[in-house]
Design a protein around this ligand. Structure first.
Ligand SMILES: *Cc1c(COP(=O)(O)O)cnc(C)c1O
Length: 407
């Protein structure tokens, strides 16, 4: 196999895709820069608080900037969120009360939420507090609009969850157009139901955020897209002010809510991460598109295809055998800047049912805006590849992983 020729041909074929990604990066960069200027970001915002974290001007301004960039009224952007899953959990516990019903309209939610909701028994789940859960499956990767409307007519739903990215599934990720359409259908029946979007992996992949098509609240992680590879941890909840306030009361304590939360020196990294995010997401998208093209050329089934419209940064590659999946992940790990010498081994992970292999030689533990590749060891052995701080490093890793796979 002549890998150099394969890459050259692929990149020639990808010119249109890459120039669209460049345009998107320009639009999102303008959005971010304008928000920094609007809120007069200055060195004073890089300062830090300790202890209770009262009057942290950097933190409070960061939240205004995030709200502005994502098109929301307000934002909670905190390093006290351990992860995206934690922020989703805080939001769910903030909005749902005993007797309420939550409805997922994108089928089974992300693995880590199963114990949170009570799909898998846990004595601290929403279910254990008397919150009911229902779900409606997607049909042909789109919402089941009629079934959703019928369910909403039947009895009161308190909160609807929409998960945009595919998680460990084979479905397509959900575009803003589809979210726009389903929200209009929902609002025909119920004007008040809280529409919460799990926005993980989707930020800056399209021009609009779900809040700009009438979602109430969106949630995501800072060790994915919006952290730009620089934020060392944290997550965000952005949207309607009253919902952001409720999440604050749940994250800390009723009565103190958003007014507390020390930043311990993290403010500059969060701002710098957001500043870099449009470009980093663009590098991740180019890396994913290149991988999609090359692995399709080699005969593997990929989703999305290189020419498809993308809603997130995740690239599925179906390897068919555990051996090939593991080999590809090993190749990615060997091409990493950190821990290039270690071998990823499929293992049990808290919150996940199957053994999972994770290749991630990242600066920040578990960061998946840095190039990473993972997948549960179950049929049809799909690798979920995402991230890439620069296209060049992404490209080097993809080439190495392919050579390792085909050796
Ligand atoms: C990554 C992700 C989450 C949150 O994951 P954490 O690892 O807890 O940050 C939630 N939903 C989806 C769809 C995701 O991709």
């Amino acid at each position: 196999m002549n890998i150099d020729k394969l890459i050259k041909d692929a990149e020639n074929n990808l010119k249109d895709q890459f120039s669209k990604i460049d345009e998107l990066c320009m639009i999102n960069s303008q959005k971010v820069l304008k928000a920094f200027q609007k809120y007069k970001i200055s060195e004073s915002h890089f300062s830090s608080t300790t202890g209770y974290g009262y009057d942290d001007i950097g933190r409070d301004t960061i939240e205004k900037v995030f709200a502005d960039v994502l098109g929301g009224e307000d934002a909670l952007v905190r390093s006290q969120f351990i992860s995206g899953s934690h922020a989703l959990t805080v939001a769910l516990f903030a909005y749902l009360r005993p007797g309420d019903t939550m409805l997922s309209i994108t089928g089974t939610p992300y693995d880590t939420l199963h114990e949170v909701i009570g799909i898998i028994e846990n004595s601290s789940s929403l279910k254990s507090f008397g919150v009911s859960y229902e779900q409606i499956e997607l049909v042909n990767d789109d919402f089941d609009y009629d079934k959703i409307q019928d369910r909403l007519k039947k009895s009161k739903i308190k909160l609807i969850e929409i998960q945009r990215s595919k998680g460990y599934s084979t479905r397509k990720s959900i575009t803003i157009d589809k979210i726009d359409k389903v929200i209009k259908k929902i609002r025909e029946i119920d004007k008040d139901v809280i529409i919460m979007v799990d926005n993980c992996y989707c930020e800056f992949v399209e021009e609009k955020s779900p809040l700009e098509v009438d979602a109430d609240i969106i949630v995501g992680s800072l060790i994915k897209n919006l952290g730009g590879g620089i934020a060392p941890n944290g997550a965000y909840i952005v949207g309607k002010k009253e919902l952001v306030d409720l999440a604050g009361e749940r994250l800390t304590l009723p009565g103190e809510g958003r007014k507390v939360g020390p930043t311990l020196g993290i403010n500059k990294s969060i701002l710098q991460g957001l500043f870099m995010a449009p470009s980093v997401v663009s590098s991740s998208l180019k890396t994913a598109v290149l991988a999609s093209k090359l692995l399709e050329d080699l005969g593997y089934k990929v989703e999305p295809r290189y020419s498809d419209k993308r809603a997130d940064i995740v690239q599925n590659i179906e390897f068919g055998t555990a051996e090939n999946l593991i080999k590809f992940c090993e190749g990615i790990q060997k091409s990493s800047p950190v821990d290039s010498f270690v071998n990823p081994i499929p293992s049990d992970m808290p919150g996940y049912a199957d053994k999972v292999i994770m290749a991630a030689g990242t600066f920040t533990q578990g960061s998946s805006i840095e190039l990473s590749c993972d997948g549960p060891i179950r049929k049809p052995y799909i690798a979920y590849l995402q991230g890439g701080l620069t296209y060049e490093y992404g490209k080097i890793a993809i080439i190495n992983a392919i050579m390792y796979l085909t050796k």
